[in-house]
Design a protein around this ligand. Structure first.
Ligand SMILES: [Ca+2]
Ligand SMILES: [Ca+2]
Length: 229
């Protein structure tokens, strides 16, 4: 094989690899979507848009865990509505199925992150109350129909999973109703979602791949030159 043929082979392989990444996406999908108006039939409260999840995400970015929910109406529309992210850190169970009424089959959690329209929040560790804390309001933000927050993942210690393997579900609920009838919606429905982990994406990722390819070309050229000498 000539040097030219070797370089051509490596470059074509690099381009094919980059194209594959582009086709399949280099980053895990960041958010889940949820239907509009899919109130649980067990929910007995007002069917207002701020109790209806449209999309949500939980993303692990380094040591930071980012939570976000987009509702069908402005956060704060309904007094006493609030938002609960159930987290499965390794020992999650279906905690709502034995309640009244039974809801949440497929939704597993061992702790909850609660975000409120007044900008306050709590973490409740359902397996070890010593870990339960009031969350810093400065880390919670509300903008129209979106409520989001970012916290150090160390606030939510593992019960078996690596943080990257945590799963979650989001449900709005009404503080003025007791029991599971207060839960208006699950997002996603009947299952947990994976924590998203951003990877080098788009141009940055392709640049990194291209740089890697160039390094390989240079190295091969040197090896071939040595073997020829
Ligand atoms: Ca919904
Ligand atoms: Ca839903």
């Amino acid at each position: 094989m000539t040097v030219k043929q070797a370089l051509k082979l490596i470059l074509s392989g690099t381009i094919a690899f980059a194209a594959t990444l582009l086709l399949h996406g280099v980053a895990q999908a960041a958010s889940i979507t949820d239907p509009a108006g899919d109130f649980l039939f067990t929910y007995t409260g007002v069917q207002a848009g701020d109790l209806d999840v449209l999309s949500s995400e939980v993303t692990l970015n380094g040591t930071q865990l980012f939570f976000s929910a987009t509702l069908a109406a402005a956060v704060g529309t309904t007094p006493s509505a609030f938002y609960v992210f159930g987290l499965d850190r390794g020992q999650g169970t279906q905690r709502f199925v034995t309640g009244t009424p039974s809801v949440g089959a497929g939704v597993v959690f061992d702790s909850v992150v609660i975000l409120r329209p007044d900008g306050t929040g709590n973490f409740n560790d359902l397996l070890n109350s010593a870990n339960s804390i009031t969350l810093n309001p400065a880390s919670i933000s509300i903008s129209g129909s979106q409520i989001s927050a970012i916290f150090d993942v160390s606030l939510f210690p593992s019960t078996g999973f690596a943080a990257v393997d945590y799963t979650w579900n989001l449900w709005p609920r009404l503080g003025s109703i007791s029991g599971n009838a207060a839960i208006s919606d699950f997002a996603p429905d009947a299952s947990n979602a994976s924590v998203a982990v951003p990877e080098p994406s788009g141009i940055a990722g392709l640049l990194a791949i291209g740089f890697g390819g160039l390094m390989m070309v240079g190295r091969t050229r040197r090896i071939l030159n040595v073997s020829k000498s």
